[in-house]
Design a protein around this ligand. Structure first.
Ligand SMILES: [Zn+2]
Length: 65
């Protein structure tokens, strides 16, 4: 794990986050699941899911809809 995940934007927990790895031949996760609230974060294929997650988390915390 190179980059730490920010807490879930919906439940605020960071201990229920599970990156899902399934790329054929790729080491990066393609999705992040939060088992606390059931949030399933799956950006478009090829995106950096961790970067997208952290950006999403920051946006949610900022209060923007
Ligand atoms: Zn959550």
């Amino acid at each position: 794990m190179s980059e730490p995940l920010k807490p879930c934007p919906f439940c605020g927990k960071d201990d229920g986050l599970y990156p899902a790895h399934n790329w054929p031949g790729g080491g990066k996760p393609y999705a992040i699941d939060c088992i606390r609230c059931g949030f399933d974060f799956t950006p478009r294929e090829g995106m950096d899911v961790i970067e997208m997650w952290n950006r999403r988390a920051a946006d949610e915390k900022g209060g923007a809809a």
